[in-house]
Design a protein around this ligand. Structure first.
Ligand code: FMN
Length: 180
């Protein structure tokens, strides 16, 4: 079993977290995975606000359209890109952090529903910077089942757009591909 693929297959959006601390050494590994991610022309035009303070986590969750469960997580990462930069690099970097966290046994969830001006105000982010997404990180309090995905033939095309490419999905982890 390839550990990297197993980690990718195991990732779920986790929306319930245990009240546990995330040790520094694990947090540093997650952040280091982000730091090592590629960016266009190696511009590294992103910044992450690491939110550990309980009150700030609560206020950040409020600013994310009231998704208060986010505040249960030990840490909330807020991905920010510098003025005038697109969000692609920030998304790639944040996904490296997500997969690193998964590999260490932590749950995460991408958060795209937020009020940008409120999040900026809570976290002191300059108004001319863009927020890409946020991600809570913490020990999962449940084990969400894998959500279904479209079939390969709908998602992939062979050589030309619209020409289905099909294959049998590989299931490295039980129910990870088609389970609901
Ligand atoms: C860009 C992006 C934004 C998302 N925003 C939210 C969000 O604000 N709140 C939430 O509960 N889930 C959010 N999700 C999680 C998706 O609902 C979830 O990834 C999807 O349903 C597939 O489930 P899975 O992550 O468990 O495989 C977001 C996911 C992505 C990729």
């Amino acid at each position: 079993m390839n550990e990297t693929l197993t980690t990718m297959w195991k990732r779920r959006s986790v929306r319930r977290y245990q009240e546990a601390n995330l040790p520094d050494e694990d947090l540093w590994l997650i952040l280091e995975a982000a730091r090592r991610a590629p960016t266009g022309a190696n511009r590294q035009n992103w910044r992450i606000v690491v939110v550990r303070d309980a009150d700030l986590r609560r206020r950040t969750a409020e600013a994310c359209n009231g998704q208060m469960w986010m505040a249960q997580a030990s840490v909330i990462l807020c991905m920010v890109v510098l003025p005038g930069e697109g969000k692609v690099n920030g998304a790639i970097v944040l996904d490296h952090a997500v997969l690193a966290a998964t590999s260490l046994g932590y749950g995460t969830c991408w958060i795209g529903a937020y009020d940008a001006s409120k999040v900026k105000s809570v976290l002191g982010i300059p108004v001319d910077h863009d927020i890409v997404n946020l991600v809570p990180v913490g020990l999962p309090a449940d084990e969400p089942k894998a959500r279904g995905r479209k079939s390969p033939s709908e998602l992939f095309f062979r050589e030309q757009f619209g020409v289905s490419l099909d294959y049998e999905p590989v299931e490295l982890v039980e129910d990870a591909v088609t389970g609901e």
